[in-house]
Design a protein around this ligand. Structure first.
Ligand SMILES: N[C@@H](CCC(=O)N[C@@H](CS)C(=O)NCC(=O)O)C(=O)O
Length: 212
């Protein structure tokens, strides 16, 4: 019997498969070697129990015994506190991992997510809206490029910061947004070649395919 339960949707459409944020949690749990099980909630009918765990009716959330946590960043911080495979013990490195974890979400994903939604919706083109979003993303990537050219992982050893940053950049790469940023691309390739990512990705695809 495990105390860790990851909840995701029972099914999602084809396009987001492989990119649903439960992959961040699966990946972290695999890296830490923590036993867990996966439960599902309905994608089509979101009930009060769902909203009591995730106030926006989204996924993922994690329960650890009687603690229920939503927001993928908060979940990864929680797991980082349980395993040195996810967050270094050294205070300086730990602080670096935490700052990069927030930077992934609050500096890079803040720019990359609207960009990806536009790209996915086919709104790329010579419009002021697209140009503004693209400039916003380039302003972040041009600073990530020298950071990632100079180090293998963000905070010394691989950590939760890398799970988040690689997952954020992976979505940009899906829409060819890293073409001018070889160090960012290499970093995504390095992170997603890790056996724990490969397993997490395969497990997510299998989970949603089982509901087809
Ligand atoms: N900030 C949240 C975002 C969660 C999120 O966007 N989840 C998506 C799946 S990747 C979702 O539930 N989408 C369905 C919806 O928004 O209705 C997190 O990182 O956990």
């Amino acid at each position: 019997m495990t105390d860790l339960i990851l909840t995701t949707f029972d099914w999602v459409p084809e396009v987001p498969r492989g990119y649903v944020r439960d992959i961040r949690v699966r990946w972290a749990l695999e890296e830490a070697g923590l036993p867990y099980r996966v439960e599902s909630v309905s994608f089509r009918a979101r009930n009060a129990v769902h909203f009591s765990h995730q106030p926006f009716g989204q996924v993922p959330w994690l329960t650890d015994g009687d603690i229920s946590i939503f927001e993928s960043g908060a979940i990864l911080l929680h797991l980082g506190n349980r395993s040195e495979a996810l967050m270094p013990a050294d205070p300086r490195r730990r602080s670096e991992a935490i700052e990069w974890l927030f930077a992934s979400l609050n500096s890079v994903e803040m720019a990359s997510l609207p960009w990806s939604i536009f790209a996915f919706s086919g709104y790329k083109g010579d419009t002021p809206g697209w140009k503004r979003l693209d400039e916003f993303l380039q302003a972040r990537l041009k600073h990530m490029e020298p950071v990632l050219a100079g180090r293998e992982w963000l905070a010394g050893n691989f950590s939760v910061a890398d799970i988040l940053m690689a997952d954020v950049l992976r979505l940009v790469d899906r829409f060819d947004g890293l073409a001018g940023y070889p160090a960012c691309r290499d970093y995504v390739a390095r992170a997603t070649a890790r056996p724990c990512f490969v397993k997490a990705h395969a497990d997510q695809l299998a989970h949603f395919a089982a509901a087809d």
